[in-house]
Write a protein that binds this ligand. Structure first.
Ligand SMILES: Cc1ncc(COP(=O)(O)O)c(C=O)c1O
Length: 408
C-alpha cells in the first residue's frame, strides 16, 4: 500500500475509520473480558476531555510543560501513598505495566552490579508472573529463573528459597497474577529476598488500583505493598483498574534516591545538549498523564471504593454462577476480580468456541486449560446473559452453531 497521492477529505476518512471499527470487539456492551476497563459514561467524558486537552504536548521535556511535570509528580505521590510508600518513596509514569516492569528489573540489575558486584544477574519470578518479566530478562541480559507454583497457583516459597543464588538480582511476586487472579505470598517471598540482601518487586499492575480499595471495603487482602519491609519497588497500572485510558502505569520505588541513581538515564556526549529520561521512551505522549491525573482526581477514594465494590460483587456473582453450571469449576480461589475456569469433564476450549459464536471474547489458558476473565464494573449488566449463554455452551458445545445473529 502506498501513501495516497492526494489527501482524503476529512468526512470520507472518518467514514472509513467508523466502518472499519465495526468489526472490533464490543467492549462497551461488556463483551470483552480483558484489555479495556470501562467505568461508566461520566468517567469516559473525563478521559476524553483530558486526552483532548493534551493531545499535542510532549512529556519528554518537563521544563517546557510544567503542568505535565506537576501532574506526573502528583500521580506518583498519590499512588505511592495508596501503596503505603514511605515519605522518601519516588516513582515515574511509564507507558504501561511492561515498561514499569522493565524499569524495576533495570534498577535491580544496576543495584546488583554496583552494590554486590554481580556480573551474571538472575531474575527469580513465579511461573505465573507476566511475560513482561521474561521480556525484561531478555532485553536486559538477566537469566530468567521461574519459581514453581503450589497447588493453589501461588508461588512456592520453599522452592524460591532453594532457587535464590549469589547472582539473584531481583525476586518477584504478583498481586494478583494474571492467569489465576491469586496474590503470591509476598510477605514470605520478600522476607527470603531480604534475608539474602536481594531487592523484591511486587507486580501490582493489576492490583495496585484495586487491592487498596478491596482492603478498605473489608475484603481479606494479604499484605503486598510497602508495609512489607522487603518490598523495594511496585508497579501499578492506572490504565487497568485505575480506569485511565491506555498508556499509563506507575513504577514506584521505596526510595526516590535509588530511582535517581539507577533508573534515570542522562547523556550529553552529543551536540544536542543534555538528554535525560526516566524510562524507555524518548518522546512521550502527554495525554495518558493528563488522563491518569484527571481520572484519579475525579474518582477519589469514594469513586474507587464504589467501582471496586461493583467489580468485586460482580466477580463473586459470576464465580457462584459459573460453579453452579454442572462440570465447570474456577481453578483457583481468586483474591480479586480475575477468574479462570475450566472443567474435569467437559471440553472447555469447545465451550469457549460456542461463547465466541455468541459474541463473548474470553481468553484461553493452558496448564490447566481454562477460559479467563478480568471482571470490571461494566460486567454487572451482563451477568445473567453471560451465565445463560455459558450454561447453553456447557450443555451444547458438541454441536457446531452458526454465528448468533444477535451479535453479528
Ligand atoms: C499482572 C500483570 N502484570 C503486568 C502486565 C503488563 O501490563 P501492560 O499490558 O500494561 O504492559 C499485565 C497485563 O495484563 C498483568 O496482568
Amino acid at each position: 500500500m502506498e501513501l495516497p497521492k492526494s489527501g482524503i477529505p476529512k468526512d470520507e476518512l472518518f467514514e472509513t475509520l467508523r466502518a472499519r471499527k465495526v468489526q472490533d470487539a464490543n467492549w462497551r456492551a461488556g463483551r470483552t473480558w480483558s484489555l479495556i476497563y470501562p467505568a461508566g459514561e461520566d468517567v469516559d467524558d473525563v478521559l476524553v476531555e483530558a486526552n483532548r486537552l493534551y493531545v499535542f504536548e510532549n512529556a519528554l521535556n518537563p521544563f517546557k510543560f510544567p503542568s505535565l511535570r506537576q501532574m506526573e509528580d502528583e500521580v506518583v505521590a498519590m499512588t505511592a501513598s495508596l501503596l503505603h510508600g514511605p515519605a522518601v518513596a519516588g516513582g515515574a509514569i511509564t507507558s504501561g505495566g511492561t515498561e514499569s516492569i522493565l524499569m524495576a528489573v533495570k534498577v535491580a540489575r544496576e543495584r546488583a552490579r554496583v552494590e554486590r558486584g554481580i556480573t551474571k544477574p538472575e531474575l527469580l519470578a513465579p511461573h505465573s508472573a507476566h511475560p513482561a518479566f521474561a521480556k525484561a530478562a531478555h532485553y536486559l541480559g538477566l537469566k530468567h529463573v521461574q519459581i514453581p507454583l503450589r497447588n493453589d497457583f501461588r508461588a512456592d516459597v520453599d522452592a524460591a528459597r532453594g532457587l535464590i543464588t549469589d547472582q539473584t538480582a531481583l525476586v518477584v511476586g504478583s498481586a494478583p497474577g494474571y492467569p489465576h487472579g491469586v496474590i503470591d505470598p509476598i510477605e514470605e517471598l520478600a522476607g527470603i529476598a531480604e534475608e539474602r540482601g536481594v531487592p523484591f518487586h511486587t507486580d501490582a499492575c493489576v492490583g495496585g488500583f484495586m487491592l487498596p480499595f478491596l482492603e478498605k471495603l473489608g475484603y481479606k487482602i494479604p499484605l503486598f505493598d510497602f508495609r512489607i519491609p522487603g518490598v523495594s519497588s511496585i508497579s501499578a497500572d492506572v490504565h487497568k483498574y485505575g480506569y485511565a485510558t491506555k498508556g499509563a502505569s506507575i513504577i514506584t520505588h521505596r526510595s526516590a534516591e535509588t530511582m535517581h541513581k539507577h533508573q534515570l538515564f542522562l547523556y550529553e556526549e552529543w551536540p544536542g545538549g543534555l538528554y535525560g529520561s526516566f524510562a524507555m521512551a524518548g518522546a512521550r505522549p502527554a495525554a495518558p498523564i493528563a488522563a491518569a491525573w484527571s481520572v484519579m482526581n475525579y474518582l477519589g477514594w469514594d469513586g474507587y471504593l464504589r467501582l471496586s465494590k461493583q467489580a468485586m460483587e460482580t466477580t463473586l456473582r459470576l464465580w457462584e454462577g459459573i460453579e453452579a453450571i454442572a462440570g465447570l469449576k474456577i481453578w483457583s480461589n481468586p483474591d480479586a476480580t480475575l477468574l479462570a475456569f475450566g472443567s474435569n469433564s467437559l471440553d472447555i476450549m469447545a465451550i469457549g468456541d460456542v461463547m465466541d459464536q455468541r459474541g463473548w471474547h474470553l481468553d484461553r489458558q493452558k496448564n490447566p486449560d481454562a477460559l479467563h476473565m478480568m471482571v470490571t464494573p461494566n460486567h454487572e449488566k451482563v451477568i445473567d446473559e453471560f451465565l445463560s449463554d455459558l450454561r447453553f455452551a456447557a450443555e451444547n458445545h458438541g454441536e457446531s452453531e452458526g454465528k448468533d445473529a444477535r451479535y453479528s
